[in-house]
Write a protein that binds this ligand. Structure first.
Ligand SMILES: Nc1ncnc2c1ncn2[C@@H]1O[C@H](COP(=O)(O)OP(=O)(O)OP(=O)(O)O)[C@@H](O)[C@H]1O
Length: 236
């Protein structure tokens, strides 16, 4: 089944001037999709509107066939869609372990859920007592993704995954995302500035230009035709 489906989505900050226009998107369970596009194209706005955090003016978003409310982010999380925003939204003054605990809904599940995150990101184990604000950028991104995955999302949205991170850390995180997609059937949507990096892990890619999807194709096809991507970026 299509994990994330969106049809005719228009969204933004002023109704008269939507930054996201008439976007259709389909991401299957177990698939990694990346959203590319020049600065200001509307990638962050699109992720935030999918998550119900930026007003939607038109269109419909469903997760496993269930329609998500336009403006109730908590209901979207309950329906299985979780966003890791570009600022990572950690409780910076709380220890790593408290950040994880607070993300787990049922108290009884906490220890197992935290172990699960440490299974994916073993380097966080020795940092459990450290304030989130004192973690390295890579550890903060791992923690932010850890906080998302304990909520068992069907659809995981990650904004600016590699921003400010060392390549070796990015590779480690991408490996985990591939495992989450393969092992749990999670659908993953990445917004990423590094086009080649995104295409190296993604199954498919959408290129957003001026708020509309200019290209929607398999990552393999786009890897083979970089000039096509360049033309889309230059059409701004
Ligand atoms: N809070 C806001 N209020 C009003 N306009 C905004 C707000 N945030 C973003 N915008 C505008 O919405 C448009 C799309 O921005 P958005 O951040 O979604 O693009 P992006 O593709 O994620 O860009 P980047 O790659 O630079 O992060 C831009 O014109 C931006 O100036």
């Amino acid at each position: 089944m299509t994990a994330l489906r969106c049809r005719g989505l228009s969204a933004g900050y002023v109704r008269q001037r939507p930054c996201v226009r008439d976007v259709d998107l389909d991401v299957e369970a177990g698939q990694i999709a990346c959203l590319l596009g020049p600065n200001g194209a509307g990638k962050t706005t699109l992720l935030m509107s999918l998550a119900g955090m930026v007003p939607r003016f038109a269109g419909e978003v469903t997760v496993d066939g269930k329609v998500l409310p336009a403006d109730r982010p908590r209901d979207s999380v309950r329906a299985g869609l979780v966003l890791v925003p570009d600022d990572r939204a950690l409780f910076r003054q709380l220890p790593t372990v408290a950040n994880l605990r607070l993300a787990v809904k049922a108290r009884g599940d906490r220890a197992a859920a935290i172990e699960e995150v440490l299974g994916y990101f073993p380097s966080l184990r020795k940092r459990l007592g450290v304030e989130a604000g004192r973690l390295s950028g890579g550890e903060q991104q791992m923690l932010a993704i850890g906080r998302a995955i304990v909520q068992r999302p069907k659809v995981l949205l990650i904004d600016e995954l590699s921003m400010g991170l060392a390549p070796v850390i990015v590779d480690e995180i991408l490996d985990v995302l591939r495992r989450l997609a393969d092992e749990r059937g999670m659908a993953v949507v990445l917004v990423e500035q590094h086009v080649q990096l995104a295409l190296s892990i993604a199954d498919r890619a959408g290129i957003l230009v001026h708020g509309s999807i200019a290209i929607d194709d398999s990552a393999q096809a786009l890897r083979a035709d970089p000039a096509r991507i360049e033309r889309a970026y230059l059409s701004v």
